[in-house]
Design a protein around this ligand. Sequence first.
Ligand SMILES: NC(=O)C1=CN([C@@H]2O[C@H](COP(=O)(O)OP(=O)(O)OC[C@H]3O[C@@H](n4cnc5c(N)ncnc54)[C@H](OP(=O)(O)O)[C@@H]3O)[C@@H](O)[C@H]2O)C=CC1
Ligand SMILES: O=C(CO)COP(=O)(O)O
Length: 314
Amino acid sequence: MSVAVIGAGAFGTALAVTLASKAPVTLWGREIDWAGTRENPRLPGVALPPALHVTDDLDQIRAETVLLALPAQVLGSFLTRNAGLLNGRNLVSCAKGIDLTTLTGPSALIASACPDSKVAVLTGPSFAADIARGLPTALTLACADGRAGHQLQHDLSTPTLRLYRTTDVTGAELGGALKNVIAIAAGAAIGAGYGDSARASVITRGFAEMTRLATALGARPETLTGLSGLGDLVLTCTSEQSRNFRYGLALGAGRDFAAGTTVEGAATARAAAALAPRLGVDLPVSQLVAGLAEGRVAMEHALDILLNRPLKEE
Ligand SMILES: NC(=O)C1=CN([C@@H]2O[C@H](COP(=O)(O)OP(=O)(O)OC[C@H]3O[C@@H](n4cnc5c(N)ncnc54)[C@H](OP(=O)(O)O)[C@@H]3O)[C@@H](O)[C@H]2O)C=CC1
Ligand SMILES: O=C(CO)COP(=O)(O)O
């Protein structure tokens, strides 16, 4: 097996670090001034192992399996620009989002730009820092081709990173994308001082919403109850390690949030809100998060909007 990682952010670097415990790995980043220090400022305190080669030259990416660890909103243009180099390889998306331009997930972007590639998705509850430090982590590897998925599951598991396998790519990638939206809402509830009970309601109703949208797009409901859905939802809604949760905290408290931080849930909320009427599904939490993120809805009105909806069956 030969593996490379594209995207030298926190997650791409963490995956490259753990995979380098098995075999040499090449990690590509567009700006790698830090490479000589063997420590990526996006993943502080983690020494890069000798088996990890860092480059900013895409021509050095020769591996048969390439992990794409770029933010969801830049993945489409990156793939279009570099399809010639990537087409035909096993391409594994590690991004958690819905592309705002096409309203599709990463797997459809890959399939469209690189039609000769095997497409897979790696997703689930895992903070980059935990993976990089060798803490035990379990993720989902989704690939519609069961045989290829089986091979990738074995190739990409490490002694501390345990991969489960599914053929439900849609369910896996939508669980990962939509949990970020709900995490923003959960953070906002806590930031606004509404308390842990309110957060539990947001998580539960948010999960119902994730399942509604994902199944309307063809996902299997049981995938949403797995690592890539419920597992990641619980992690992201309960930990301040999550950037989406912290962004929600800041929204709820009326504080500024560090510009330039990757917060996938903001764009994905807008994508989900755009999909809702087309699919005839009700997504009140996502619509609210989209309104908050765009500044159309003020935080002081957010609670009324949710609580004044008609009473209904659970
Ligand atoms: N961090 C985590 O714990 C986890 C993250 N993920 C997912 O992984 C994906 C990446 O997140 P993460 O690594 O944390 O993000 P970071 O913010 O740490 O890093 C983003 C990386 O993408 C690069 N980048 C941004 N735009 C472009 C572009 N147009 N072309 C090439 N490179 C670009 C950045 O480069 P530069 O430094 O030059 O700006 C940076 O290296 C997200 O979808 C996230 O949801 C999934 C699980 C866990
Ligand atoms: O996806 C993640 C954990 O599984 C990371 O979450 P954040 O992008 O919110 O930091």
